[in-house]
Design a protein around this ligand. Sequence first.
Ligand code: NAD
Length: 356
Amino acid sequence: MHASDQLGVAVVGAGYWGPNLIRNFRSSNDWDLRAVCDLDTARAEQVLGARSGVDVTASLDEVLVREDIDAIAIATPARTHQGIAVAALRAGKHVLVEKPLADSVQNGRAMVDLAREQGLVLMADHTYCYTPAVLKIRQLVEAGELGEILFVDSVRINLGLVQPDVDVFWDLAPHDLSILDFVLPGGLRPTGVSAHGADPLAAGKACVGYLSLPLPGGAMAHVHVNWLSPTKIRQMVIAGTRRTLVWDDLNPQQRLSVYDRGVDLAHQSVDSVDRTDATISYRLGDTWAPALPEREALGAMVTEFADSIRTGRSPSTDGDAGLRVLSVLEAAATSTSSGGGLVDPTIETLALEEVS
Ligand SMILES: NC(=O)c1ccc[n+]([C@@H]2O[C@H](COP(=O)([O-])OP(=O)(O)OC[C@H]3O[C@@H](n4cnc5c(N)ncnc54)[C@H](O)[C@@H]3O)[C@@H](O)[C@H]2O)c1
C-alpha cells in the first residue's frame, strides 16, 4: 500500500491499554499514526519513545481540527468514552472505542445514533473477537459443527486489580459478553439476565460475579468473573447437540478442543415416576484440536477498522454489538441490586430510551 493511501489516526489515552493500540497502528500498512493525545503528555512521550515523529498533545481539540487525521481511537476510562467519541464524530472522524463502548446504554446509544447520522464508522474494540481461537469458534458454530447450542459456561478468574471506578462485571464481563455476541447465531440476545455479585473483602464493589443468561430456545449461558481467585482460569465451554467445544486460552499448545461426545435424549416418558421409557444415550467419540495460526488480535482489529472505513460497511464489532453488551451489563447491575432477580435486558434498554 502507498503511504499516501494510508489513513491518519490519533490514539487518545496512552495508559495501560493505549500502548497496544499505538504499537499496532504503527506496524499496520493501512494506518499512519499521526498523534497521541493524553492529559499526561509525559506518559504519551514515554510510550512513543524518542524521535517518533508522532505528535503529542493534551488537547483533543488540536487533534480534531487536523485534516490529516481520519480516525480517533479511544483508550481512556469508560466514563470518558462518550464525551470524546461525540466530539470526534461531530468533527467528522471515524471512531474506534475500547471496551466497554460506554458507561451506560444511554451514552452508548447517543454515540451509535450520532455515528449513523454522520455516516461514520463507530467500532468497538472487542479484542477477543479478533483472536484466531474466537474466529475459529464462530466458524464452527456457524457451520453447524456443534449443532444447536445447549449451554455456554465461561470462566474468567484470577487475582485482578480492584478497579477504582468499576466493579468486576464492568471490568471483565465485557470480554465474555462480546465473545458470546460474536459467536452465538443472531448475537447476544438473552431472554433475561440474572446476576449475583459478592464483595467479601468490603472493597466497596462486587469483586466476584456470576451472570446467568437464559437464551432463546431453552439454552443457558453462564459467566463467572472474579478478581479474588489465586488461580487464573480463562475457559469457555460451548456445548451443542452434536459436539462440545472447550476453549482454554491459557493453553497455547491446544487452545481449542472439540469433543465428539454428548447426550442424546430420544424419548422421555411423560410419567415422572415411570422412567423406564426414557431413552438416553451417551455418544463417546474422538477429541480433536483445530489448528490455529499465531497472530496478534489487535493487528486484525486495526485492519478491520480500516476496511470498514474504506468500504463503508459495518465493522464486525460495531456500535450495536457494543450496545448489546452494555444492555446486559446494565441489566446485571439492576439484577444484583434486586438480589439476583431476572431482568429483561431489552426492556432495560427501552426504558432508558424513553428517558433520553
Ligand atoms: N481490549 C482490552 O482487552 C482492554 C484491556 C484493558 C483495558 N481496556 C480498556 O481500555 C480503556 C483504558 O483502560 P486503561 O486500563 O488503559 O486505563 P488507564 O487509566 O491505564 O489509562 C487511561 C489513560 O487515559 C488518559 N486520559 C484520561 N482521560 C483523558 C482525556 N479526557 N483525554 C485524554 N487522555 C485521557 C489518562 O491520562 C491515562 O493515561 C478502558 O476502556 C478499558 O476498559 C481494554
